[in-house]
Design a protein. Structure first.
Length: 331
């Protein structure tokens, strides 16, 4: 299989490539830790590469974004595809279900955010930005949708009125690759190509912390469900855990051999999954900062990660045109 045309988390946001598609694979893995290779129980095949993933809150739907703009919805238990879904005109870089599961938001290189009703499959709204949309995040109350774009702005939208209530610029951040709301909704973390993680007040946009611990562009951010830990990853393969309230660096996780594109906390917050250009999915114990499991099976870069709501499975997808569903080892 040929190598992906994406070259790094930051370059990935700029590359005009021919990406995405879909293959879904379910993996039953039993492991006590360390490198693990497993065979899929079944595979659903498509023709392109996968750029984004999201689980619905009820765990019954896995949304998969593709480079040419298509969004496909799958039943992760049976591998069957749900009929009908809105599509973009270009790569779907981000997907997120609203907290109540009623709406699926998708951000695209075509500069739009589409809102889709999960009940009817109909488009419920379209939000336009001045640049490519790379990261989106729902506020915990489901009233606000944040988006980071290639025109150096982060916009916060009132979903009920489809109006932008706040916008701020990241002057050293031409690409907002990843953004994340804190669980209380009070702050928003932004990954920046200048190596910084900026935490801002979500009501005013004012900067609260400018976290410095990365030596390369920051590609992903995620808050633990408790809100006390913030994780970030970079183009060199480092993953940093921060004390979210103080902004102090807690620990740096090393092991990835190249850029990390995606990170995700388990619903219980005890595990952190990371994946990227070394084709591996790694699961870390947050408390001990130790590697618990390394899943090997992808043959190209991984761009999306999503835990199932019950925490029993982890979906990963990327440039090898597969989505793989791994069983998370019991702790």
């Amino acid at each position: 299989m040929g190598k992906s045309l994406l070259r790094s988390p930051v370059q990935a946001a700029l590359a005009a490539l021919g990406l995405v598609a879909l293959l879904a694979a379910v993996f039953a893995v039993t492991t006590t830790g360390g490198p693990t290779t497993s065979e899929p129980n079944f595979i659903i095949t498509a023709s392109e590469q996968v750029t984004s993933l999201a689980y619905s809150p009820d765990g019954r739907t896995l949304a998969v974004g593709e480079v040419h703009g298509r969004i496909r919805l799958w039943d992760p238990l049976t591998g069957r595809e749900h009929p009908g879904c809105v599509s973009h005109r270009d790569a779907v870089w981000s997907l997120a279900f609203s907290p109540d599961g009623s709406t699926l938001a998708s951000g695209s290189r075509d500069t739009s955010i589409l809102l889709q009703s999960t009940a009817t499959g109909a488009e419920a709204g379209c939000l336009r930005h001045g640049g490519w949309v790379h990261g989106i995040a729902w506020s915990p109350d489901g009233r606000t949708l944040a988006a980071s774009t290639s025109d150096s702005t982060v916009g916060l939208w009132d979903v009920s009125t489809l109006s932008r209530r706040l916008e701020f610029r990241e002057p050293t951040c031409p690409l907002g690759i990843s953004i994340a709301f804190a669980p209380d909704g009070a702050t928003l973390a932004c990954a920046c190509p200048d190596g910084a993680v900026r935490i801002r007040d979500s009501s005013t946009g004012s900067e609260i912390h400018n976290l410095r611990g990365h030596t390369e562009a920051v590609s992903a951010v995620a808050f633990a469900p408790s809100g006390d830990i913030l994780a970030s990853a970079d183009a060199h393969g480092a993953v940093v855990l921060w004390h979210a309230q103080s902004g102090k660096l807690a620990v740096t996780l090393t092991g990835h051999e190249s850029a990390v594109n995606a990170i995700a906390f388990s619903p219980c917050g005890q595990l952190l999954a990371t994946a990227g250009w070394d084709n591996t999915v790694r699961i870390w114990d947050v408390a001990s900062a130790e590697l618990q499991t390394c899943f090997r099976g992808h043959t190209n870069a991984i761009y999306g990660l999503a835990f199932s709501p019950d925490g029993h499975h982890l979906a990963s997808g990327g440039a090898d045109k597969t989505v793989r569903l791994w069983r998370v080892p019991d702790r």
